[in-house]
Design a protein around this ligand. Structure first.
Ligand code: ADP
Length: 669
């Protein structure tokens, strides 16, 4: 044992150290080893002491040549060696040692101090931990070394490491792929863009992450991957997300299906809704029914339809047309637009306030009075594009089904706009009709009075003309007699005209007293009355079996007389007039299939241009000259009036040179 004081101080230090330490002399013989060292390397006391050569102790365990070289070097240089990593075989496993060697110069002797730090267990643990993580993780982790081509670009990657997860996806094991190139093992990456990403990351050093689908054995595998550059390689961490992806895709598909189903259902509900409109009646009934239906469908506390009106004060208000509160029609009311959500709607702004409406519109008394939380509306727009009102739902709690309600309101608004317009037109029509009626009465009374008054002087002309003719005939020259005849003819024509006019103008005033009348009998009477003219013109009247209809007999006689006599009058010179009369029941599409009696009076005369159909029914309208055909232009106007008085209508069809057809339509009662 060395005895020097210095030495014993060193020994004490070594003895107290926790880490294995050994003191050697110049001959590399053990001078002292501490307990930690003995324990670590399984040395017994006698082994360690007695200046045995260190290299002989457990020489099987150390890399002796390297170690002796190191020790001798240190002695020679009198330096130190720090953290030299040394392999140490223990229980057939390689451990790692960190060796620190110091030469200690004492006056009488030089020593070498070896401090050993066993890092093997730490490294081993870390290594095995890492390995187990790599093996068990479901993340694919692999390292690919860039393979450069002659031109300096990356042509491929060599698989320098992979955990089992990466090749497992393709039915391979790490042993089958490590050391091979990507072109050999994963040729697909040159097509799907992964190779490009790896090369780009290698060149730029910028990490990249992506999601990709890869086809393998007719199945699609989805990966989520990250590429990172590490030295001359890229590390690719990937995760097979096929399951999540398929699940997500399935959920998406189910969601789309559900959404479509919902839309379909909503559409169906909306269609049903709009199909029920026809049963709502019109006017107030319509609006009430419509709003009741909305309330039933949406379960909203209030449904309101209102028009914008301007008060005398100039303030704009909503005047409700129909209001439903908790499923029942309630009284209409009026409220100021200012400060409420309706003002926004009328201005063409937001129409949705599904919650917080009272907070948003603190000045709205209507919202406060109805204690409304949610509000959704749709504007009513006139055909000229002006917002004329709105249809709104209000609810005392938040409204959630916004899109459905909005669609419902939109349809209801469209239909309400039409109803408003219809009502307006109806009002307009009513006003126009009244005005027309007033004018007609005025005209009729004027015509009546004037024709009545005209009759008196005319009778005098006729009376005195006939008296003069009777008394002075023998004194008259031939030409004077001719002139007198003309006066009498003109006076007769005028009487005819006045009578027709009186007839026409008294038509309005006459009472409607319908009597079941056999039209065959009426025609027979007419034929009797017209026997002279029929014979004179050699006319033939062919009558099919006619019905018995509820009519004003005298008027119907006049109607048919006018039509038959026109048929004879407007004949062609070359052939005898033939008038055909028949009747049948028809249903007319333009009157929603309603049934009418159609009485047809047809002739083979000169006819007329179809474009004059309307004109010929007007008062005093004549197509043919006075010189060719005698007439007043009042006959057909009277016919039209008679038919209208019987709730029917008359049409005329003419073909010049072929004939005319007059069709009298009377509703079947
Ligand atoms: P008018 O006294 O001139 O016959 P109407 O009112 O009866 O007056 O007829 C109006 C015009 O319609 C006639 O002037 C004639 O031009 C035309 N018209 C009426 N009936 C016939 C017919 N059967 N054939 C051709 N034209 C006709």
């Amino acid at each position: 044992m060395p005895t020097s004081k210095n030495y014993s101080a060193i020994e004490k230090i070594i003895a107290s150290a926790h880490e294995p330490m050994l003191l050697l002399d110049k001959a590399l013989k053990v001078v002292y080893s501490n307990v930690a060292f003995n324990n670590k390397f399984s040395l017994s006391e006698p082994d360690s002491y007695g200046r045995r050569s260190f290299l002989e102790i457990r020489h099987d365990a150390f890399d002796i040549p390297t170690l002796s070289k190191l020790l001798l070097e240190t002695l020679e240089t009198k330096g130190t060696i720090q953290n030299y990593e040394l392999r140490y075989a223990k229980n057939s496993e390689n451990s790692k040692l960190l060796l620190n060697i110091d030469s200690i110069e004492l006056p009488e002797e030089t020593f070498l101090l070896l401090a050993v730090n066993d890092i093997s267990s730490e490294a081993e643990q870390l290594q095995s931990f890492l390995q187990s993580v790599l093996n068990s993780t479901n993340y694919g982790i692999a390292s690919y070394e860039a393979v450069y081509q002659k031109d300096g670009t990356i042509g491929d990657f060599k698989i320098s490491y992979t955990n089992p997860e990466v090749p497992r996806n393709f039915g391979l094991e790490p042993g089958q792929v490590i050391g091979k190139t990507c072109r050999e093992v994963y040729p697909g990456i040159f097509e799907n863009g992964i190779f490009k990403r790896m090369a780009a990351c290698m060149e730029t050093g910028i990490p990249d992450s992506y999601e990709i689908s890869v086809e393998h054995n007719n199945t699609t595998i989805w990966f989520n991957a990250t590429i990172e550059k590490v030295g001359n390689s890229v590390a690719v961490t990937s995760k097979n997300i096929t399951q999540e992806k398929t699940a997500a895709l399935e959920i998406e598909a189910i969601n789309t299906l559900l959404l479509n189903k919902n839309k379909e259902l909503e559409q169906q509900l909306l269609t049903e809704f709009s199909e029920s409109f026809y049963s709502y009646g019109s006017g107030q009934d319509f609006f009430n029914s419509l709003l009741l239906e909305i309330a039933a469908k949406t379960k909203m506390d209030y449904v309101l339809l209102g028009e914008v009106i301007t008060e005398e004060s100039g303030e704009e208000c909503i005047k409700s047309v129909s209001v439903i509160a908790f499923g029942k029609v309630t009284d209409n009311f009026k409220y100021l637009l200012k400060g409420g959500p309706c003002e926004e709607v009328i201005k063409g702004n937001n129409t949705h306030y599904p919650n917080n409406s009272q907070k948003l519109f603190p000045d709205s008394r209507t919202l406060a009075e109805l204690n409304a939380e949610g509000y959704i509306a749709h504007p009513l727009v006139s055909s000229s594009g002006k917002i004329i009102g709105l249809i709104a739902v209000l609810h005392q709690t938040e409204i959630s089904d916004i899109s459905y309600i909005e669609s419902l309101l939109k349809i209801a608004a469209k239909r309400s706009e039409m109803e408003f317009e219809r009502l307006q037109n109806e009002k307009l029509l009513e006003m126009k009709n009244k005005e027309l009626e007033r004018q007609n009465i005025e005209l009729a009374s004027f015509a009546y009075i004037s024709s009545h008054d005209l009759q008196e002087p005319l009778r005098k002309i006729q009376l005195f003309a006939s008296r003069i003719l009777f008394r002075e005939k023998s004194n008259f020259s031939e030409s004077s007699l001719g002139y007198f005849q003309s006066i009498t003819n003109a006076a007769n024509r005028m009487q005819n005209l006045i009578e027709s006019l009186l007839n026409y103008s008294s038509m309005d005033a006459s009472e409607i007293h319908l009597v079941p009348t056999d039209l065959n009998v009426v025609i027979d009477e007419i034929k009797n009355n017209m026997i002279d003219i029929i014979e004179k013109r050699n006319a033939r009247i062919e009558v099919a079996k006619l019905p018995t209809l509820p009519v004003i007999p005298i008027q119907f006689q006049q109607l048919l007389t006018n039509l038959i006599s026109n048929g004879i009058k407007y004949n062609r010179e070359d052939i005898d007039p033939v008038i055909k009369i028949n009747a049948e029941i028809v249903s007319l599409e333009e009157f929603a299939g309603k049934q009418f009696w159609k009485i047809n009076i047809e002739d083979n005369g000169i006819g007329f241009q179809q474009e004059y159909e309307e004109k010929i029914f007007e008062l005093f309208k004549r197509l043919h000259g006075k010189t060719d055909y005698e007439g007043t232009g009042i006959g057909l106007a009277i016919c039209k009036k008679i038919v209208q008085k019987h709730d029917g209508f008359i049409r005329a069809i003419g073909t010049p040179g072929v004939g005319a057809q007059f069709l009298v339509y009377l509703p079947v009662k």
